[in-house]
Ligand binder design. Structure first.
Ligand SMILES: *Cc1c(COP(=O)(O)O)cnc(C)c1O
Length: 432
């Protein structure tokens, strides 16, 4: 196809001179699919335009935050108005209180919440708190689960590490990863056995209640309930990393949808309305161990930044008033059905996992229930499909191990167009 990329190619070459790999976060470099990443110039609603003027339907949504689409007018206005009043004070502001209150009202497990600047930072701080509260040191995570890039959590992680096949990361001392125990996702017995024998070492079990960073993998029936029971019996904290699923799977997150209440919850992405925000919260008794109420230190110059909080607050207010979750679910199902039809028409085996408005089309004829089954997908075929879609104006996540996100800006006609395009793309890659 004749998509012009001259400007993006020039920018990418120049960026590689001054930024490692030319990007500020690894998956953006397209390593898993090859080629040059389009440099994005602007976005509006469901569309983005690159530096060469190509238009795409965006199914990435900045990896999750943009549930209302790009540049939603009310969110942009709120951020601009906040910026005009001053961009940061390093002192408390009312908008932080308003955002915190909305989070507390929405998320069942959260009575008290601390705002930070990224999901990584929120997870890191929640773990410190869990260790202090339990006076234990070990953290259980799951294979293919991604919780940001802090040292202890890079062990067998998803997202960019799965994409780039990075098993262990240089620069992380073994003494630190030794504090992390990695178990397979969706295997309750593995957790029960571990907690039965070593409960007194385990500070917390950290999980994406719906996995989103090995591609979308829903929790098996009874799995989250089982984790709740096992951690409670062991005196370990159950920590839900809802950085993707918070305000996505339902207004109350995955915990609201599955009705399983963790001890601590981590948020990010959507709550910043497209600005850098993370948060962690839980029962007041645990959260009050944080400084200045308690001895566990945690701080940030730009934490609770008023511009970011104004954008996040407006996003949550719109989600609360418009309640788009039924519509998002229906549209995502429509998309999944259409992709299934497109694939079966050309005889390509796929497995689609979908939870609410997050979905992954795996090039696999097997059910995908954990990291091992996700990793068995045909990533080479995914890469060809990705490019065939990109050339036709549909921007998908540039890795098999990531989620597509549907936003309120995606209409039925966008969904139809994506499915029509998928038919053409799948035909193209099937004949070769
Ligand atoms: C994106 C993500 C993070 C990290 O958030 P950042 O803001 O990128 O640091 C943590 N956990 C999950 C589940 C994520 O998807």
């Amino acid at each position: 196809m004749s998509r012009s990329q001259a400007k993006s190619e020039t920018l990418f070459a120049q960026a590689q001179q001054v930024i490692p790999g030319g990007v500020n976060s690894p998956v953006r470099a397209f390593k898993a699919v090859g080629g040059t990443p389009p440099f994005i110039a602007r976005g509006l609603g469901a569309a983005i335009w690159d530096a060469d003027g190509n238009e795409y339907i965006d199914c990435v949504g900045s990896w999750g935050p943009l549930i209302l689409g790009h540049a939603r007018a009310e969110v942009v206005s709120a951020a601009c108005e906040a910026a005009r009043r001053g961009t940061t004070f390093g002192a408390p502001t009312e908008v932080e209180l308003l955002l915190a209150r909305m989070i507390v009202d929405a998320v069942p497990s959260i009575e008290s919440v601390r705002l930070v600047s990224s999901g990584t930072e929120a997870v890191m701080s929640a773990i410190r708190l869990a260790r202090a509260y339990t006076d234990r040191s070990k953290v259980v995570k799951f294979e293919g689960g991604y919780h940001g890039h802090s040292d202890g959590l890079l062990a067998r992680a998803g997202s960019g590490l799965a994409t780039l096949s990075i098993p262990d990361c240089p620069g992380v001392p073994e003494a630190i990863t030794a504090e992390t125990i990695v178990l397979p996702y969706n295997n309750l017995t593995a957790v029960e056995d571990l907690l039965a024998s070593r409960a007194d070492e385990i500070a917390c079990v950290l999980i994406e209640p719906v996995a989103g960073n090995m591609g979308v993998v829903p929790p098996a029936h009874g799995y989250l309930e089982g984790l709740r029971r096992a951690t409670r019996n062991a005196g370990s904290l159950l920590v839900f990393d809802e950085v993707i699923t918070g305000f996505r799977v339902s207004y109350g997150g995955a915990q609201g949808a599955y009705n399983v209440i963790p001890d601590l919850t981590i948020l990010g992405k959507i709550i910043g309305g497209g600005f850098p925000v993370g948060a962690f919260g839980g029962r007041r008794e645990i959260m009050d161990m944080l400084a200045p109420s308690g001895p566990v230190y945690q701080a940030g110059t730009l934490s609770g930044n008023p511009v970011a909080c104004a954008a996040g607050l407006t996003t949550l207010q719109l989600l609360a008033s418009e309640d788009p979750y039924v519509q998002l679910d229906r549209r995502a199902q429509f998309l999944a059905d259409g992709l299934h039809q497109a694939a079966s028409r050309v005889g390509v085996s796929i497995t689609i996992n979908r939870v609410a408005s997050m979905l992954t089309m795996f090039f696999s004829d097997q059910p995908v229930v954990d990291y091992a089954s996700a990793a068995a997908s045909d990533t080479e075929r995914h890469a060809r499909f990705f490019h065939a879609m990109l050339d036709r104006g549909v921007y998908l996540p540039p890795s098999q191990f990531e989620a597509m996100f549907v936003s309120t800006a995606h209409t039925d006609s966008h969904a139809e167009h994506i499915c029509e395009t998928a038919k053409l793309a799948l035909e193209e890659i099937a004949v070769r």
